[in-house]
Design a binder for this molecule. Structure first.
Ligand SMILES: C[C@@](CO)(OP(=O)(O)O)[C@H](O)COP(=O)(O)OP(=O)(O)OC[C@H]1O[C@@H](n2ccc(N)nc2=O)[C@H](O)[C@@H]1O
Ligand SMILES: Nc1ncnc2c1ncn2[C@@H]1O[C@H](COP(=O)(O)OP(=O)(O)O)[C@@H](O)[C@H]1O
Length: 297
């Protein structure tokens, strides 16, 4: 008996970042869109907790209890008095440390898989509570679709989306540490007023209408200057994607993956081909959104 859960990556179509809070986190207005790059987590009975991982970048994924999938299983087991004797196999396809919530996705997927395998019958709210404990992006990985995340990003308001958005993702040759990017954000903001983060009405309207031209004009990422400060070569990738005809180009979350909005699947394929030939990135993927969150397959 085993349970497999498929879980998507995310791109931030708006990431507004406020000042650092006393708890070390930043207040956000974070507009998430789930996109069709997936990890799959399979939970199966075992003598003890064990994590294995396969796929691109698998060697960068920790297999101990710091792995977010393992942390999810331990959190659910503790709440329900269950022995976490489970083998979690992660089939990765979401770039690691890429700014696409790959680890967060595996945390949400492992939670759903273990809940089904163990029959703990956790409610949606309980699963969301555990996700919020695991990380700021993890609740959205469970929910999927499109949502506005406030607080650390863990308090979600689902958003209407009136169509399909076509994306191209350029994977970078090295990762970026999310905490390091937030620290660089703080350094760049020193001495300046950091406005309260507010969701952009233009972003919300463009999503609701499914209007890629309007979305292209409205997307923004307050972490982009910090990511570019730590990884300046990403500017070349952004420029290559724009020159290839992308409607918009931005760093995905804390990066280093760069995201390019295209008008349709054909244009996305053209932008992807130009980026592959540009020599400015390690690999290029295309994906559409919104897609569903963590789902038992
Ligand atoms: C930046 C975003 C945008 O969606 O995602 P990625 O680009 O990493 O995928 C998220 O805010 C990342 O969420 P997640 O990766 O879950 O962060 P967490 O594990 O909760 O926190 C990791 C570290 O990031 C910083 N952090 C995270 C969230 C937040 N609102 N403020 C922060 O300052 C803190 O240094 C924290 O210790
Ligand atoms: N299941 C997992 N998949 C990927 N990374 C993981 C996982 N569990 C823990 N990590 C750690 O989390 C770090 C951030 O990974 P990830 O969530 O993919 O980055 P991002 O939040 O930028 O998308 C990785 O460098 C890795 O060390």
């Amino acid at each position: 008996m085993s349970v497999t859960v498929r879980v998507p990556a995310k791109v931030n179509v708006q990431l507004a970042v406020g000042a650092a809070r006393p708890d070390g986190f930043h207040e956000l207005a974070n507009v998430f869109l789930a996109v069709g790059l997936y990890d799959e987590v399979t939970a199966a009975p075992a003598g003890e907790l064990r994590v294995t991982c396969a796929g691109p970048d698998a060697e960068q994924v920790p297999l101990d209890r710091t792995n977010l999938a393992a942390r999810a299983a331990l959190a659910l087991a503790e709440r329900h008095g269950v022995e976490p004797a489970v083998h979690l196999h992660i089939a990765k396809d979401i770039p690691v440390a890429g700014g696409m919530a790959g680890g967060s996705a595996d945390g949400a997927a492992a939670l759903v898989a273990c809940d089904a395998l163990w029959g703990t019958g956790a409610s949606r709210d309980e699963l969301l509570d555990i996700c919020a404990e695991l990380g700021s992006d993890v609740p959205f990985s469970l929910v999927g679709g499109a949502a506005l995340g406030t607080g650390r990003g863990e308090m979600l308001t689902p958003l209407e989306v009136g169509g399909t958005f076509h994306w191209v993702f350029a994977l970078a040759r090295r990762g970026l540490s999310t905490p390091a990017v937030f620290r660089e954000f703080d350094r760049l903001a020193e001495g300046r007023d950091v406005p309260e983060p507010v969701a952009s009405p233009d972003v919300l309207a463009a999503l609701a209408k499914g209007d890629c031209d309007a979305l292209a004009l409205a997307v923004s990422n307050d972490l982009q200057p910090a990511a570019l400060s730590l990884f300046p070569e990403l500017s070349d990738t952004l420029a290559a994607g724009r020159a290839a005809g992308a409607l918009a180009a931005l760093v995905s979350g804390s990066g280093p993956t760069t995201a390019f909005l295209a008008s349709d699947a054909g244009s996305a394929a053209e932008v992807a081909a130009v980026l592959r030939a540009s020599g400015t990135c390690r690999a290029v993927r295309t994906a559409e959104g919104p897609v569903a969150g963590a789902t038992v397959v």
